[in-house]
Design a protein around this ligand. Structure first.
Ligand code: AMP
Ligand code: MN
Ligand code: MN
Length: 321
């Protein structure tokens, strides 16, 4: 839990500002975009001007959220206040974080990562929260703004995606209560599930098939990897590999899964997942990334050929079974 006083100070700072910059993290997901959009809608309801920043390609499967098209790569400009959501360190925001440009104007971090570096002037951080959206829910409450259907749908998207549909361990009674309130305010779980999970491209389905076909089980770790050239042969835009690591962990013999996807620039995206008896956040941190106990990630340097061994070594060093 965060300090309730910090929540009040954050709400007061947001009320005082006129133009507010809100940034989501790179390699975006439903939680950062949902949190960003919901806070943006709430601040607009208070008459504020809002700039929505994201220094990466937008995930197509979130385009059902109102306001999605206003999110674009931008750097801090003349805004009064800078809010960063759901990314644990400044590197997760790309060009959207720039102290040289934002200067002495206040920076607020709102996040729920256990590997968090509190880089804001105000840090509203709760590592026990299942999603950043749940913290934004409380911010909007503290602002005294009633939930509109757009706010509700954006927040519920954050909650549903980070809890994988209320399935992960950080899901608490409070998470479910917030979900119920958001549904009452006009949000729709069936729409979120349909748009986010049940609209994989055919190319992404075939990448999943490749990943399963080439998976390896070593002790309690299941993993798979795809190089950029092979990824290209399936066509598509490289979107949609996000769920693969979760699929791998459905294997009974495994407690940990990871998936490696080589990018065009030779760097490698690593996704890690674990059951509750293992913690992958420390291994991710050792590899230069971060995340949560049960879901973490990192960006690895080349070469692709040694990447899996590097991850296996980090897991051996860092995982307490
Ligand atoms: P993903 O596997 O991409 O869904 O990410 C799982 C979790 O790990 C998320 O909470 C991310 O915020 C975190 N994460 C992923 N990649 C990185 C990274 N390069 N640096 C820090 N955290 C990361
Ligand atoms: Mn996120
Ligand atoms: Mn999150």
């Amino acid at each position: 839990m965060f300090d309730p006083q910090v929540l009040q100070v954050v709400a007061a700072a947001l009320k005082d500002a006129r133009v507010i910059f809100i940034a989501a993290h790179i390699q975006p997901d439903g939680d950062c975009v949902g949190s960003q959009l919901a806070l943006g809608h709430a601040l607009r309801a208070l008459g504020k001007e809002v700039a929505l920043a994201l220094d990466d390609k937008l995930p197509d499967n979130l385009n059902f959220l109102n306001g999605f098209r206003e999110i674009k790569p931008r750097e801090p400009q003349a805004e009064d206040l800078f809010v960063y959501v759901d990314g644990s360190d400044t590197g997760r925001y790309g060009k959207a974080f720039n102290r040289a440009r934002s200067g002495a104007r206040p920076v607020i971090l709102i996040d729920h990562h256990i590997t968090n570096e509190p880089f804001g002037d105000l840090n509203l951080v709760d590592p026990d929260a299942a999603s950043t959206a749940e913290i934004i829910f409380q911010v909007i409450r503290a602002l005294d703004v009633p939930f509109s259907p757009d706010m509700a749908q954006a927040l519920l998207t954050g909650i549903v995606t980070d809890t994988m549909g209320f399935r992960t361990t950080p899901t608490t009674p409070e998470t479910l209560e917030q979900g119920a309130e958001l549904v009452r305010a006009g949000a729709s779980i069936p729409e979120i599930i349909d748009r986010v999970y049940n609209r994989r491209s055919y190319a992404a389905l075939r990448v999943l098939g490749y990943a399963i076909e080439h998976s390896q089980l070593q002790a309690n770790v299941i993993w798979s990897a795809i190089d950029y050239k092979t990824l290209q042969t399936f066509g598509g835009n490289g979107n949609g590999t996000g769920g693969i690591v979760t699929q791998l962990l459905t294997v009974a013999e495994a407690d940990i899964s990871f998936f490696l996807a080589e990018k065009a620039d030779g760097k490698i995206d690593l996704s890690l997942r674990s059951r509750v008896n293992a913690d992958v956040s420390n291994a991710a941190r050792r590899l230069g990334g971060g995340g949560h106990k049960q879901a973490a990630g990192a960006t690895l340097p080349p070469p692709f050929e040694t990447a899996a061994q590097r991850v296996l070594t980090a897991l051996q060093q860092e995982t307490k079974p």
